[in-house]
Design a protein around this ligand. Sequence first.
Ligand SMILES: Nc1ncnc2c1ncn2[C@@H]1O[C@H](COP(=O)(O)OP(=O)(O)OP(=O)(O)O)[C@@H](O)[C@H]1O
Ligand SMILES: [Mg+2]
Length: 256
Amino acid sequence: MNPFLREKIEVMVGPIQNITVLAEQGWTSEVCQIETEAGIYLMKSSYKEKYREWLKQEANVLEKLHNQNQIPVPAYYGFIEEQDGAHLIMSFEQGVTLRVALKQAETRAEQKALIKSFGHFLQQLHETKIIQTLDRHENWLEEQLAKAEGYVKRGQTDGSVELLEKLKNSKPFPVKQTIIHGDCTIDNVLVKDGEVKLFIDVAGMTVGDPRYDESLAIRKFVNDKEDMDAFYEGYTRYRVSKEELQYFDEGLYEFF
Ligand SMILES: Nc1ncnc2c1ncn2[C@@H]1O[C@H](COP(=O)(O)OP(=O)(O)OP(=O)(O)O)[C@@H](O)[C@H]1O
Ligand SMILES: [Mg+2]
């Protein structure tokens, strides 16, 4: 690690005793664990422009949510922007992602209990009273489509112009906006003691369309009736239609 970065980190969390690169890495960032006398921290670093923007957004969200106790997320410690990369320091949280927990589960019953807990956890988020500082959008979907258009123009996405046009012309009927996670896959929640307890990777957390979260949450088990039933035992407030699922998961998500 370059000495300038190290110094900036130490200003935030004290002298570094140990740095370990995590076995489980993300798609758009590098994650490592940093130990100091004061505690254990997670540093998430991004280098490409698009991902640096997301990381900055994530830092923003964590900072706004610091010291609240409504939405379980890691605690914020600081954000460092350098010439060639950006680094977010947050609390290191125990637990494994839901993807890993599902793989490690020894029985179907255990898996279904995890999925039900995921549904319940997401339901709680969608029912949380809107936190004004998180509410950045006039119209969340319009802004996502505009963002997607920017990515298409700059060649920063796999989604096509044709798909984008289709999405613009077939918007689902509006529903009440809620707080959303914004990238609510099984990779972005942590399980502790057999239950989903924490959101991570929160760059997209804002006030928006809860069907986006729901669609991404179920994408991995949408063809498994038992898993779907388990999810909707926990998530009882709404059930996306096939068309909505397609719009959000196979549609909008392609651009992000
Ligand atoms: N606060 C934390 N405490 C402990 N482990 C964490 C924490 N945040 C992230 N991790 C670990 O790091 C991995 C990657 O984190 P994260 O999902 O935030 O990054 P990412 O997947 O690269 O982001 P993106 O989805 O934007 O590509 C997670 O799967 C998890 O194992
Ligand atoms: Mg992630």
